[in-house]
Design a protein around this ligand. Structure first.
Ligand code: KIV
Length: 271
């Protein structure tokens, strides 16, 4: 909110100012209209239409299967509900790696068909041609380093990344490469807190962490995880603000009971 109490639209410029003022950036994922309406109304700064939709919306065990069409569908639903937040759509696996022309075509489809504000890509130097090409079309790009779930088959595990010096050095170099290319922000996933703080200090663009400690410029969580809808996923970095699985199960059980014993609908709940 501005000092006049009016809702302020979040832009890349606003996010950059937040970094300069040391005001932390709050980011959450959303994949549908109703969830996006609630978190936008609550004042979230960035909404990420994450490819984690593949896990939490579609039930796959990785982010690899989700398609560009499906990401566009989720993006459209979120953008329709969003009045204030900056909306970033993840480019799905196979829509940008190793082919910068395809990357540009995919990014333009996302921007045209969803109305989102930016796209996010996973990787550093190995995807820089794609990043350059997308940026050349005027599309803001958010980077993503550290644990990059689209490369899970290369890593073979979801353990903390960049614990050793070589990988940490490569991550710092990649962060600089992305910043120099023109990315407006970078997500750092599941890396040591010290390294997260170092990257946020070294770089001038906002660094958003998920499992990257408190020294970065903002935090992101998957909405289903922080609301306790997912139960099976419990990494150390996750704080659950609700236990919606239990609350919803209780509500559904009450409804079933009320239907079975005909206490729903009552006299006031009929015409
Ligand atoms: O897809 C996603 O939800 C993400 C976040 C974990 C950053 O990329």
């Amino acid at each position: 909110m501005s000092s006049e109490g009016k809702a302020k639209i979040v832009t890349t410029h606003v996010l950059q100012e937040m970094k300069l003022k040391k005001e932390k950036i709050a980011m959450l994922t959303a994949y549908d209209y109703s969830m996006a309406r609630i978190i936008d109304g609550a004042g979230i700064d960035i909404i990420l239409v994450g490819d984690s939709a593949s896990n939490v919306m579609a039930g796959f065990d990785s982010t690899l299967p989700i398609t560009l069409e499906q990401m566009i569908y989720h993006g459209q639903s979120v953008v329709k509900a969003t009045k204030r937040a900056f909306v970033v759509v993840d480019m799905p696996f196979g829509s940008y790696q190793g082919n910068s022309k395809l990357a540009l075509t995919s990014a333009i489809r996302i921007m045209k068909e969803t109305g989102a504000d930016a796209v996010k890509l996973e990787g550093g130097r190995e995807i820089i041609e794609s990043v350059d090409r997308i940026l050349s079309a005027g599309v803001p790009v958010m980077g993503h380093l550290g644990l990059t779930p689209q490369s899970i088959n290369k890593f073979g595990t979801y353990v903390v990344r960049a614990r050793d010096e070589d990988e940490a050095d490569k991550l710092v170099e990649d962060a600089h490469i992305l910043q120099d290319a023109g990315c407006f922000s970078i997500v750092l996933e599941k890396i040591p807190a010290k390294l997260g703080a170092q990257v946020a200090r070294d770089l001038t663009i906002p660094i958003i962490g998920i499992g990257a400690g408190p020294g970065v410029d903002g935090q992101v969580l998957v909405i289903h995880d922080m609301l306790g809808i997912t139960q099976e996923f419990s990494p150390r970095f996750l704080r659950r603000y609700l236990n919606l699985d239990v609350a919803m199960t209780g509500a559904v059980k009450s409804y079933i009971k009320d239907v079975k014993n005909v206490s729903f609908p009552n006299e006031k709940e009929q015409y």
